[in-house]
Unconditional design. Structure first.
Length: 467
């Protein structure tokens, strides 16, 4: 079986190769946004086989298999782990041009030392070789973090989480990676959800406060933020479809909250008022503690009603929302900035036509507190591949300053995703290499290489202040 050359992948010029191999390749990883399981890290989970490690929970792969007409039984169903892997191996050659083709071969190479192209013809051999290698401690959950030089990993955690596994990780001298929680209060903002009242009661119990009133809810959120801060948290994260901004008073927010807690239906305008006022309150709390606020905007979720009934949420039926953002985003940031209460903020959009607009918007609110206080978030979800990354990087460099960018993240639930950082670094070096080749930048490699290293790691280390 022929090899797949991962060494020169995406490095199309001599300058790109020099930047990558002399400056980028050895930089450690600061994975500031992922959905890894803290329990798996704390327990140094050993994967039972390649399917559990590689295919379970991977929506990218599930969507590709569905595109090829594979039966759901072999994707998320009750087929054996080996049968699921075999259909994946058979399908990979059909994925030419999709980033999954690159990722598949990078992951096989970097985790298992397998250089051959994956097909149905060598699937049995690959299955056996990988499963044998999974007995090695370097391929257990915590071992993988060390293997890929992950200095910091920030998981994504609900405010009601007691963070017991984060405490266990912090107290384990054998785990070298700093693993911190990220505060994700989406459920406290989702006032129209049928489970909202029950959830905020749980939040109140975790904070040991009464949440019968809106003031009680805000008090509970602040107590949980303080608790997360004590456990090393320095980031929050929020997910939105369209980004809400409808000005409201505290009295209005309190009245809307009271209606929701009594099971009274609220209007879309009331929902927007509640979410706006509450998000502003949270932003002020983050600013007071020096946290970074992340805004993930533009996903439309659970679009296939039939499959949602069958499989539930997070099963690969989400996509890109097209919508207007400029007015609401500017208004939100301006309201926090008015009294110097705007935290460091990263704005991600799943709708790439908004990259230039976001870059222009965040330029309105930069300050002397920190370089690149507001960031255009990395190419996210459907766009964390070559063309999406280039689009984001070019928008940032054209309208803002790419030299201050905090770089890539995995945004993944899979411990197999760390080569995404390598993939990003190859794209980054390819872009700068093209600029050098075209005479747009000088061939001063220590100068340009320093910028590359900043983007790969050092900017994030300075920005997030987690060590």
């Amino acid at each position: 079986m022929s090899r797949f050359d991962t060494e020169s992948l995406l490095l199309t010029s001599k300058s790109a190769r020099k930047l990558y191999y002399d400056y980028a390749v050895e930089m450690p990883v600061f994975d500031y946004h992922n959905h890894l399981s803290p329990q798996d890290i704390a327990e140094n989970h050993q994967f039972r086989n390649l399917t559990e490690m590689w295919l379970d929970g991977d929506h990218y792969k599930w969507r590709a298999l569905r595109w090829l007409g594979v039966d759901e039984e072999l994707i998320t169903g009750n087929a054996s782990d080996k049968d699921k892997f075999m259909v994946w191996a058979k399908s990979v050659p059909r994925m030419a041009g999709n980033p999954l083709y690159h990722w598949t071969h990078l992951e096989l190479s970097r985790y298992f030392g397998i250089q051959e192209r994956l097909t149905e013809h060598n699937a049995e051999e690959v299955w056996d070789r990988c499963n044998e290698r999974l007995q090695d401690s370097s391929l257990r959950a915590a071992g993988i973090l060390e293997k890929f030089k992950v200095k910091v990993a920030c998981t994504t955690d609900d405010p009601i989480d007691n963070l017991e596994f984060h405490r266990s990780i912090r107290n384990n001298p054998d785990i070298k990676t700093v693993v911190t929680p990220t505060f994700r209060p989406d459920r406290a903002l989702d006032i129209s959800h049928t489970g909202f009242a029950g959830y905020v009661q749980e939040l109140g119990e975790s904070a040991n406060v009464t949440v019968d009133t809106y003031a009680g809810l805000i008090n509970g959120l602040e107590k949980r933020i303080s608790y997360f801060h004590e456990q090393g948290c320095r980031l929050s994260d929020h997910g939105f479809g369209a980004f809400p901004y409808t000005a409201a008073t505290e009295e209005e927010a309190a009245e809307i909250y009271s209606k929701a807690m009594q099971g009274v239906a609220i209007t879309s305008e009331e929902e927007s008022k509640y979410r706006t006022f509450t998000l502003l309150a949270l932003g002020r709390m983050y600013c007071a503690r020096g946290w970074v606020m992340q805004l993930h905007i533009g996903a439309i979720r659970n679009n296939n009603a039939r499959m949602f009934v069958k499989l539930g949420k997070d099963s690969g039926y989400d996509s890109i929302l097209d919508f207007h953002l400029a007015a609401s985003l500017n208004a939100f940031l301006s309201e926090l900035d008015r009294n110097h209460e705007l935290p460091k903020t990263i704005v991600y959009s799943l709708y790439p036509a908004q990259y230039e607009m976001i870059a222009a918007t965040i330029g309105n609110f930069q300050s002397s507190e920190v370089e690149g206080k507001l960031q255009l978030g990395s190419a996210w979800w459907f766009h964390d591949q070559k063309e999406g990354m280039l689009q984001q990087l070019k928008a940032l460099s054209s309208i803002g300053l790419i030299s201050t960018f905090v770089g890539m993240l995995t945004d993944s639930r899979s411990f197999m995703s760390f080569p995404r950082h390598e993939y990003f670094r190859r794209v980054l070096c390819g872009l700068f290499g093209e600029w050098i080749k075209d005479g747009e930048l000088p061939a001063d490699y220590d100068y340009i290489g320093g910028i590359i290293q900043d983007i790969c790691y050092r900017n994030a280390e300075r920005y997030f202040e987690i060590r």
